[in-house]
Design a protein around this ligand. Sequence first.
Ligand SMILES: NC(=O)c1ccc[n+]([C@@H]2O[C@H](COP(=O)([O-])OP(=O)(O)OC[C@H]3O[C@@H](n4cnc5c(N)ncnc54)[C@H](OP(=O)(O)O)[C@@H]3O)[C@@H](O)[C@H]2O)c1
Length: 245
Amino acid sequence: MKTVLITGCSSGFGLETARHFLERDWKVIATMRKPDHNLLPASDNLIVLSLDVDDPDSIRAAVEAAGPIDALVNNAGIGLLGVFETTAMATVREIFGTNTFGTMAMIQAVLPQFRERKAGVIVNVTSSVTLAPLPLLSAYTASKSAITAFTQSLALELRQFNIRLAVIEPGRSPTRFSENARPRMEGGIPDAYAGYAESVFAGMGTPAGTAASDVAEAVWYAVTDPASPMRIPAGADAIAMAEAR
Ligand SMILES: NC(=O)c1ccc[n+]([C@@H]2O[C@H](COP(=O)([O-])OP(=O)(O)OC[C@H]3O[C@@H](n4cnc5c(N)ncnc54)[C@H](OP(=O)(O)O)[C@@H]3O)[C@@H](O)[C@H]2O)c1
């Protein structure tokens, strides 16, 4: 039986991806900042562990408790919508801390076992914002685009150890993501940008094009099919953006 460790399983894409792998008879290490054993169906193949990707001790403890794994899915992430000029650098660092450095730290933590076994798959969940720029998302986009470039380079040096890497690029989805991002957006839109921001928000009224199941299926494809491409858009809106590139 193969084992996958997934970060950020308390909601949204991570929760759905954990469910998807469990239903296909994988052993799933579902990790969360605050473990909740009632979110996923009870199963002998499920282990719920505490993991905060911002915390090196938490990463070390979770990877040790998980034991050998075949795949790592870096899904945990936080959002930020706002004007860059007035975004505190502490907030920019917070975004990079989780989305970029958290992903990198998780990869470093599992690489020794993947390298020794000469096997392993690493899937990083980025975003369709890396496919075409959208306004008021500059810091978030930078944190995710860094992971795309990082993954492409790292894949070259890890190929010799039969370690594969992929990025999943989900489109917009009605998960808890926007709600979770709200505390970081306090301070609002400065007056000089108000008119522009209003027009951007008006254009965001279209229904979200990506379901959590689209992301789970894309992660499954990346993990289980060695012929899958390195960059995989997930959701109709993301696929359309990738095709338009
Ligand atoms: N929803 C979208 O429109 C969208 C589009 C493109 C890409 N994405 C990306 O997809 C991924 C999943 O997002 P989602 O839509 O499923 O949103 P979500 O429901 O807010 O899920 C995000 C998950 O990440 C976890 N998390 C946040 N900070 C963490 C940390 N320091 N350590 C460990 N876990 C942490 C959250 O845990 P807590 O419950 O503890 O906060 C939650 O489980 C993110 O990387 C996001 O950037 C989302």
